[in-house]
Ligand binder design. Structure first.
Ligand SMILES: [Zn+2]
Length: 252
């Protein structure tokens, strides 16, 4: 079976310090017909969840270099909102480096007001904010990991922000996740992650409609590709999820 995703956009993926992995990922993406990869630095390749400023600058510059080398790569600036220069860094990578989005990980929940100046920069520059999010099904201690309700708080504070709730299939309760953002038109979800339960894409489309669901791999390409090509949805919806919704977010 030949798979061609028809110019898809991978709205959430990462690069690694080992360049051979990045080259392999891009080679595979080309074979699959993925035209754009929205890339932020792999968070687990950093020293912790609250990386110091110098480390984050270096990581973002690494993404920039990758974007210069591979036309598919579009940068998302990784930001630790706890760093003094977080706003400056966000502005620099969007305005001077051509990055097309902001990535927030697990330094702080997005319901906290400390993230607001960063979101303001994203809104001013009309770029999306991708937020690592999960509603875990097992007991866990991840105090700074955003839950769907933190996304809701952010979306209500910033109705003009384009917020992507990351990887509904990244290890949390996807049914709960999509239900919590149903009434927030500025919240999108991506279908990346490793969980291969049946029905996640169908449920996202049923609850949110097919305009707010984005194809993404979060580097787990085979899971994401099988999830989208096997989803029991219309071809029109599939094309929206694979490409058109992402292009609309970029204003193209
Ligand atoms: Zn990720």
């Amino acid at each position: 079976m030949v798979i061609n995703l028809g110019g898809a956009v991978d709205a959430h993926t990462h690069c690694y310090p080992d360049m051979s992995i990045n080259e392999e990922m891009i080679r595979l993406s080309r074979i699959l017909g993925i035209e754009q990869l929205w890339v932020s630095y792999h968070p687990y390749s950093m020293s912790g969840f609250k990386p110091p400023s110098e480390e984050v600058w270096r990581a973002n510059e690494f993404v920039y270099e990758l974007s210069r080398r591979f036309k598919e790569v579009k940068g998302f600036v990784h930001v630790n909102p706890l760093n003094q220069d977080a706003v400056k860094m966000t502005e620099f990578f969007i305005r001077e480096r051509g990055f097309i989005g902001v990535k927030l990980y697990r330094a702080v929940r997005v319901s906290r007001r400390i993230v607001d100046p960063i979101i303001e920069v994203a809104v001013e520059n009309n770029v999306p904010i991708l937020v690592h999010t999960a509603h875990r099904l097992y007991p866990t201690s991840r105090p700074n990991e955003s839950e769907p309700d933190d996304i809701k708080s952010l979306a209500l504070r910033f109705p003009k922000a384009k917020i992507i709730m990351a990887h509904i299939t990244g290890g949390g309760d996807w049914e709960y996740a999509v239900s919590r953002v149903r009434d927030l038109p500025n919240v999108y979800v991506d279908i990346g992650g490793s969980v291969v339960d049946y029905g996640s894409v169908e449920e996202a489309v049923r609850v949110l409609g097919d305009d707010r669901v984005l194809f993404a791999t979060d580097t787990l390409i085979s899971a994401a590709v099988s999830r989208i090509i096997n989803a029991d949805i219309s071809e029109e919806s599939r094309i929206k999820i694979l490409r058109l919704n992402a292009m609309r977010i970029l204003g193209e």
